[in-house]
Design a protein around this ligand. Structure first.
Ligand code: ATR
Length: 269
């Protein structure tokens, strides 16, 4: 039996175990997915321990995504982002991927959204960083917009320094930026357990594809506003799903049973 695991602190409420175990059931894979909660500075040590114990694959969440970089060989996108959420132990040293980033791209692709043109990414924390690098890597022009404008500018500079097309702005730039945008991602926590949106509703339009990283509630204020103007809407569960789908595929080399994983996830939201 193969053991896959998640490290995070806290990890108690993670939806990854049922999502991955649904995939093992669907494909008749003899495996289990468990969670561990190392001490807050224990990310790198946890990677070494997992390798010693023969763990087949590890997901990494807050607060360890940056810490574990030193214990793995990061794939190019993960190295540029500076964060790893998926570790593959079939190589030595283990390889670190950022499937949060590829999960964003796959969420849009799954909904038939063309990955071209201009993207507005609201938020410059961990989720915003992964999203900005991922979309720039796909060749989009990326506008990072953040409450703290200096963080948006710093992130845009980091993206541009590695060959991306990116600019940083404060939140007040949204009304000017959105008319020319094709994709919009909310990578802030605004809207989580609250009826609030980081984006003025009257700046949204029908030609936008809007992805909200927030999945609680599933229909955020932003997605309701976007649906009301006829925009394409993609909820945060898709991001969660596709980071897991991509991790599963990296570990097993098989196409993930996306529908079964999606059902298992949505049943618990
Ligand atoms: P994560 O890793 O999930 O991205 P984070 O690193 O804490 O979390 O980042 C949170 C993001 O949400 C930041 O972009 C933050 O903006 P600041 O950099 O200005 O703090 C944004 N955010 C949080 N609360 C916000 C609010 N009320 N209005 C606007 N942006 C907010």
């Amino acid at each position: 039996m193969d053991v896959y695991a998640l490290i995070g602190n806290p990890v108690e409420h993670s939806l990854s175990p049922p999502m991955h175990e649904a995939a093992y059931d669907a494909l008749d894979i003899d495996a289990r997915y468990v969670t561990f909660e190392p001490p807050e500075d224990g990310g790198a040590a946890a990677i070494e321990s997992a390798a010693t114990l023969g763990v087949a694959g590890l997901n990494v969440t807050i607060p360890f995504k940056q810490q574990v970089i030193e214990a793995v060989d990061p794939a190019p996108l993960a190295a540029r982002i500076g964060a790893v959420n998926t570790v593959d132990f079939s190589t030595s040293p283990p390889t670190g991927y950022n499937t949060d980033a590829t999960g964003v791209v796959r969420s849009f692709a799954h909904h038939g959204v063309s990955l071209s043109g201009t993207a507005v990414v609201v938020g410059a924390g961990g989720a915003g960083r992964a999203t900005a690098f991922a979309l720039a890597d796909e060749g989009l022009t990326v506008h990072v917009v953040n409450r703290t404008e200096s963080k948006a500018r710093d992130l845009a500079t980091a993206v541009a320094d590695t060959g991306g097309d990116a600019e940083g702005h404060g939140l007040d730039a949204l009304p000017d930026l959105l008319p020319g945008a094709d994709l919009l991602v909310n990578a802030t926590s605004v809207g989580m357990e609250e009826d609030a949106s980081p984006v003025p509703a009257d700046a949204l339009h029908a030609d936008l594809a809007v992805l909200d990283a927030v999945y609680s509630p599933i229909e955020t204020r932003l997605l309701q506003d976007a649906a009301a103007v006829g925009a394409t809407t993609i909820d945060g569960a898709w991001m969660l799903l596709f980071q897991g789908v991509e991790a599963f595929e990296r570990w097993t080399g098989e196409d993930a049973p996306v529908d079964e994983m999606n059902d298992a996830l949505r049943k618990r939201l």
